[in-house]
Design a protein around this ligand. Structure first.
Ligand code: 13P
Ligand code: SF4
Length: 323
């Protein structure tokens, strides 16, 4: 690669495996003492993934949270994920390192607005992407994640009208793949919306490599990618992919897991206009220092009333039953 191109497309490198820091050691000590389990989304920093009991996508994390028999679940991810853990396992104390770790998708769908849309389509069922608030879950019939969305929508009779919220990109991907005509909420992930098809095509040509993206990317980006899937499926797809180099269009921290689990391949973070790779500003609020503090104080906690838990659990349980 020329010097110039190397500057434009720096290959992604995780930090070489370093000895555990004092903060990480203290996290592991307190985790044992407090009988806590640390669940981390694939998008959090590598030093947190290293001390987590489990790192995965939203679906795998929801399953782990439901099964957790620890006293405390420390959820390193964003608020709606920690809420889902509390809904699925309400007797546990659920904490997250930064209570302000939100999500642009969850924020795009206020429950009262969704209630109005539902009232306009009384015969429709509501399928909501897990990236939504507990209040929106209480208004939904089924929850899905990017890992099981196709499987779930496929099970709904074709003549049944569906309201899909809040991600219009994931929704339009499902409509395309299944030939459906779901009513789509106008929400999106600010981080995946920033990818650009022209840059990805340029990288594919430059590296002679296929590209994989998350279904939260806009259609033009999905159309130039070789595979569209959830963060977890990126691992199995990469293992079976013939190429030894793969371009990845999702939050860059995903590349830590890809490099750990598929070490024989080279992963290259897809660049975006004006920057070399994408991070999620909400996931980034999780730091090892805040994780340590939250283990010490068991704060901030997720607190939901019993009625919300009971109503929101139904569509999540339905998802777990269907996928
Ligand atoms: P996954 O369920 O694929 O991990 O996606 C979660 C998410 O927030 C993607 O932006
Ligand atoms: Fe939400 Fe996007 Fe961040 Fe995922 S990457 S948590 S969808 S803002």
């Amino acid at each position: 690669m020329s010097q110039e191109n190397a500057k434009i497309f720096p290959p992604f490198k995780s930090e070489p495996e370093k000895p555990l820091s004092e903060v990480q050691k203290e996290i592991l000590r307190l985790k044992k003492q407090k009988r806590a389990v640390i669940l981390a989304h694939n998008y959090v920093a590598e030093d947190i993934q290293q001390v987590a009991d489990f790192a995965g996508d939203s679906l795998a994390l929801a399953r782990k949270a439901k099964q957790a028999d620890a006293d405390v679940i420390v959820f390193c991810g964003v608020h709606f994920m920690a809420e889902t853990a509390k809904i699925l396992n309400p007797s546990k104390t659920v904490v997250l390192p930064d209570i302000s770790a939100g999500c642009s998708l969850a924020d795009s769908c206020p429950p009262d607005e969704l209630a109005k849309l539902k009232a306009q389509h009384p015969g429709a069922i509501v399928i909501s992407y897990i990236n939504c608030s507990a209040a929106v879950k209480t208004l939904s019939d089924i929850i899905c994640t990017s890992g099981n969305a196709l499987e779930i929508v496929k099970k709904i009779p074709e003549d049944k009208q569906i309201i899909f919220c809040p991600d219009k990109n994931l929704g339009s991907w499902i409509n395309e793949k299944l030939g459906r005509n779901m009513i789509l909420w106008d929400g999106s992930c600010y981080a995946h919306e920033e990818y650009n098809a022209k840059d990805i095509l340029e990288m594919k040509e430059h590296f002679g490599a296929p590209a994989v993206c998350h279904p939260e990317c806009p259609k033009a980006v999905r159309d130039v990618c070789d595979e569209v899937c959830s963060t977890e499926k990126m691992i199995s797809w990469s293992k079976s992919c013939k190429s030894d180099k793969i371009i990845v269009a999702t939050v860059v921290e995903m590349l830590h897991r890809l490099r750990r689990e598929v070490p024989e391949k080279t992963f290259i973070a897809a660049k975006l206009p004006g920057k070399n790779c994408q991070q999620c500003k909400f996931m980034k609020l999780n730091t090892a220092e805040k994780l340590l503090e939250c283990l010490k104080t068991l704060k901030p906690q997720i607190d939901l009333d019993e009625r919300t838990i009971a109503l929101a659990a139904k569509p999540i349980e339905k998802m777990l039953e269907l996928s």
